[in-house]
Design a protein around this ligand. Structure first.
Ligand SMILES: Cc1ncc(COP(=O)(O)O)c(C=O)c1O
Length: 401
């Protein structure tokens, strides 16, 4: 590929930005093939190096050596302990975050609990019309099971459906397709002003920017840990329930893990106090402890710096795309203002083929039907040089079509 002068400029600028990056040292924490440009950390985060060593200890010593004794030596209480490591990333005081089950299951728990908590007359759930599908599917199921009505609306037209019948609103903080970041403070305040409860899906924003769940009085939040938190494929999700709502949190998956005294083998379900009542069954220890190790990488990391770098990476990548792609080649779907997460989405009619070819060239992003190329920028291990190389490879791929 012949490199145009503007491309050389971009690579020089990228190298300068990387040299000034206060988070650059964190890349050494990750096991990444130096020949790969990995821009899919918004789907599956890269493995922190320490995870493999921790898993070796978990499997050989804790499981193999300590056997069943490990349940009382830290395994049973891992959901709350790992929750405490996520709490500072979402602005939650201790005792309000638990790691258990999938995001989908936690949405189910939170929505049913929200409907049960709602005052009489509030018989509607509102869900984002552009939501990640699982949220919509679960909301639909909850509406059916609890006998309430499901309403959908785009975030910009919430007012059209929000009212005295709304029990709870469920929204994605960052739109998974476009990368648009919604204004959590303003929307939460609007929903509360309508007398309803607010549930946020933080899958694409946790680990991206400072989030203030307690400060904003958010009622429920869920999120996955295998994207920007690098917990590993299928790592369990988290659920946030603020202390003030925990006594009334009547969640429907009343498994023994959420019982007040699980080992009493009580025939009657009696919920535990605190966030523990949000648990259901036996925790998936291998995944949970891999996540625990992965979260240690965040110790001492300043989320404001993570956010600044993410904006810089996504802004720089967009600028590279503008520079190296002929005008009109691909539409940038991601907002150019600061109302974006850490991904850039481009629309192109041959997006599927283009992404397949990029992946063949070791530039890994992903494709979302029908025509969206997504490039995720995880600030802990992605640099501006990766962004420049990805944009140049994309220009090359699209030039051939
Ligand atoms: C916004 C959002 N919610 C939920 C999920 C997935 O939920 P689960 O962990 O249950 O598969 C994703 C996965 O990409 C997502 O982007």
């Amino acid at each position: 590929m012949a490199i145009a002068p503007s491309a050389n400029d971009l690579i020089t600028r990228a190298a300068k930005l990387d040299a000034e990056d206060p988070l650059a040292h964190l890349r050494a924490e990750f096991d990444l093939d130096p020949d790969v440009v990995y821009l899919d950390g918004n789907s599956l985060g890269a493995p922190p190096r320490r995870v493999a060593a921790r898993m070796d200890d978990v499997v050989r010593r804790q499981w193999g050596g300590r056997l069943i004794r490990s349940w009382s030596e830290g395994w049973w209480t891992a959901p709350e302990r790992v929750g405490e490591k996520i709490a500072p990333l979402v602005g939650a005081a201790p005792g309000q975050v638990v790691v258990a089950d999938s995001t989908s299951a936690n949405i189910f728990k939170a929505l049913v609990a929200a409907v049960r908590l709602a005052p009489e007359g509030r018989r509607e759930i509102v869900v984002d019309a552009a939501t990640f599908p699982t949220d919509g599917y679960i909301a639909h199921s909850v509406a059916e099971i609890t006998g309430v009505r499901l309403r959908t609306a785009t975030v910009d037209r919430l007012e059209a459906v929000l009212g005295e019948r709304t029990a709870v609103v469920l929204l994605n903080h960052v739109d998974y397709r476009t990368g648009r970041l919604h204004d959590m403070a303003a929307i939460t305040a609007r929903v509360h002003a309508a007398g309803a409860r607010m549930a946020w899906d933080l899958c694409h924003s946790v680990g991206v920017l400072p989030i203030g769940l307690d400060a904003l009085g958010v009622d429920f939040a869920v999120g996955c840990t295998y994207k920007f938190l690098n917990g590993g494929p299928g790592a369990p999700a988290f659920l946030y329930v603020p202390s003030a709502l925990q006594d009334g949190f009547d969640q429907p998956l009343s498994g023994w893990g959420g019982h007040r005294d699980p080992f009493a083998m009580d025939p009657e379900y009696q919920p535990a106090s605190g966030i523990t009542r949000a648990r259901c069954g036996t925790p998936d220890i291998l995944s949970l402890l891999a996540l625990e190790a992965a979260l240690e990488v965040w110790d001492g990391v300043d989320l404001a710096q993570v956010r600044a770098k993410g904006l810089s990476l996504t802004g720089f990548f967009t600028e590279c795309v503008d520079t190296v792609l002929p005008p009109g080649t691909a539409e940038v779907l991601t907002p150019r203002g600061t109302d974006r997460g850490h991904q850039v989405s481009l629309r192109h009619p041959r997006a599927r083929e283009a992404m397949a070819e990029l992946i063949d060239r070791q530039v890994i992003g992903d494709f979302r039907a029908p025509d969206v190329l997504r490039f995720g920028f995880a600030p802990l291990y992605v640099g501006h040089t990766d962004a420049a190389h990805a944009a140049l490879a994309l220009a090359d791929v699209l030039a051939k079509e």
